[in-house]
Design a binder for this molecule. Structure first.
Ligand code: GDP
Length: 197
């Protein structure tokens, strides 16, 4: 399956009143800063729309992308970066809570986790928010090219244990393209499988 050649940036938001109109279907993409989230989004879309960064913690905005009419991907601000100004974590929590509590078009969550780490407290909080809404969660173990086969298998097992049986997981590498096809299929499923090829 191809990517989303017509995908385009819609808007950024740091307040709920800046969110795109709550219509159609939307999948959110979350991850700790530097987990590989932006690279994963770009690889899945087949377009370089999300900004990758060598300075983690820089982006505090939610970015809305249109994939096709009525279908969106929302790039949530990265979290877990130590050197953020006081109050930013609280702002992040309020923004994300407002999003998860009100967003009717939310169909599911993609969670990017560095394959060399196990999901942390904030990853699990995102997962719980989504689970509480009855929405599916898909964990993308990013930068899997940095692990050999044995370590990659172990990463899958330990992350599965941490996240619980209702979550789907996969290995992913934006660098080699491994897992991109599976991630696109999962995204399409969450959005409702209505996208025309
Ligand atoms: P984000 O902060 O979660 O959006 O992470 P980025 O996508 O900006 O990536 C953070 C760093 O990890 C960058 O230096 C990327 O080049 C690197 N990176 C991202 N994806 C991969 C991957 O699949 N393989 C490898 N080896 N490095 C990656």
């Amino acid at each position: 399956m191809s990517g989303y050649p017509d995908a385009r940036f819609l808007t950024s938001a740091n307040r709920p009143d800046q969110f795109v109109a709550d219509q159609g279907a939307e999948v959110a993409f979350a991850g700790r800063s530097n987990a590989g989230k932006s690279s994963a989004i770009n690889a899945i879309l087949g377009r370089r729309l999300a900004h990758t960064s060598k300075t983690p913690g820089r982006t505090r905005l939610m970015n809305f992308f249109q994939l096709s009419p009525g279908e969106r991907l929302v790039d949530l601000p990265g979290y877990g970066f130590a050197r953020v100004p006081a109050g930013t974590t609280e702002e992040w929590r309020r923004l994300l809570e407002a999003y998860f509590e009100t967003r009717r078009s939310l169909r599911g969550l993609f969670l990017a986790v560095d394959a060399r780490r196990t999901p942390g407290e904030l990853d699990l909080r995102m997962l719980e928010w989504c689970r509480g809404l009855g929405r599916p969660v898909h964990v993308v173990l990013a930068k899997a090219d940095k692990l050999n086969r044995e370590l990659a298998a172990r990463a899958l097992t330990s992350s599965r244990e941490a996240c619980g049986p209702d979550v789907t997981l996969q290995l992913f590498s934006a660098r080699t393209g491994d897992g991109v096809v599976d991630a696109r299929a999962r995204l399409r499923d969450m959005l409702g499988g209505q996208r025309s090829e």
